[in-house]
Design a protein around this ligand. Sequence first.
Ligand code: 5AD
Ligand code: SF4
Length: 545
Amino acid sequence: MRRKLYLETFGCQMNVLDSELVLGQLRAQGYESVEDRDQADVILYNTCSVREHAEQKVWSRLGELRDRKKLEPHLVIGVIGCMAERDGTNLFKRHPHVDVLCGPGELDKLPSLVHNATIANAAHYPSPPYAGERLGGGASSSNKNEDKTPHPTSPLNTGERRQRERQVALMGASVRRSSTLAAAEDHLELLDLSRSVSPGDDISQAYVRITRGCNKFCTYCVVPYTRGPEVHRPPQNIVDEVRMLADAGAKEVTLLGQTINHYAFAHGDGRVTSFADLLYLIHESVSHLPRLRFVTSFPRDFSDQALQAMRDCERICRYLHVPAQSGSDRILKLMNRGYTRQQYDDFLSRARELMPDVSVASDFIVGFPTETDDDFAQTAELVRRNRFKNSFIFKYSPRPGTTAIDRFTDDVPEDVKRRRNNELLAVQQQASEALNRAMVGTTVEVIVEGESKLVSRQAAGASNVELKWESRRAAVPVQTQMVGRTRGDHVVCFDGDRSLKGEILDVTITDARNMTLFARRATSGSFTVTNPPPRGTGLQPVRAT
Ligand code: 5AD
Ligand code: SF4
């Protein structure tokens, strides 16, 4: 019988990609992925440590499993990703029912860890038996410095007191910080190379990693510690992966890197493939891919050549996600960002000079230690003048292991953080609304991502509506509110049917309301569009023409 696997992912796009790769590997080993956690034999959480809030969600998920593990000691519970790396085996003290820990730098070992945990649990809690050989891979944690309390319900508690072996693979202190390890020699490269697409996989929008890790060491950030140093993947491996995805039907590939514009692959013969070179290379080599995009850009070290590649290559989306974090030079310095607000503005001016239509998004942290009202006012000013499409705004969260938590007191009170967060959101909202209004009447290309969440929520909340929906589904394509994404990353709602998911089509923007764009299909279709949706039902009238 195939073992059932439940995998839940928290955090960034990098984690989403890691989960996809891990799932592929475990499926190849015979696991079947399930949506219902209660059905699973193996439960994995792919975790994020960037802010405390993200970790709290995982703590509560693990807490929920404590009682179940007592009843089902053969259940394998694993914490993978950044939290595993950051907390290490301390995590077992708080949650002794966890069996597997695997950091983001060791995910190629996960199948053996899960397999070994299955066997270890079976040996420790006899019946039902699990047959199988121990696979090579991660270290067993039984010799490590960790909580060794036998499981409370173990029959061995009162008898033999054998240790339940946990499976651990972490980079730990052995982070290869000083090495210039090439990705070609990196065991993790095998994980990316193992990627395969199965029939039925939804790959219309896919991620491809080009760089792992980060060398920036912003003082507030855990990423350099959890994901290790920058390692750039060989360009040919990246091109092959993008081509494989395009051949399999991908319409949009997003290249991933923490500081993606730092990409520079040193070939053995002294040649270097820069980020600009890579963009041209992918664009030329995979000419049947309709859309290529990338995140996240660092505001420094973005070459004119890379901007020119964006301008010259028609299938590269003119979208930059380039976090500013603060508009105060003093705070930027404390954050160790390595640029001033003037340099940030200059970069955007350069980008807009070459591509007046480029769409830009940013990230900000409010309430960084010692941030004054004046520092914050400078951040608000930076948002006002830079016409961001949107900004992701976060309250500073002190993270264990970072320089900021050791060096600075978290001295901005929570209510001040909250107020600044709301104020900055309001400033950004004004800018977003103005940009959105300017789009009304224009026709834009969107990739259809799926049904609008608003519609799904409303339908789920009203059973009578759901019933009508179901009966319609059988008869004709259901007209509903779909969501598409423009090349500039704007989200657009329009009427369409579910079969459009994954298609690229033109829509004309008809309205901009509360940060949301509404549209109708620009080409003649088999239905008439009404926008925006009638309030309350979440369903659109079907009117065939
Ligand atoms: N506190 C708050 N926000 C943070 N970010 C990273 N670390 C922290 C932290 N300790 C934000 C930054 C980054 C985004 C991914 O998360 O804005 O760009
Ligand atoms: Fe973290 Fe800074 Fe690296 Fe971004 S650039 S991942 S914020 S250390």
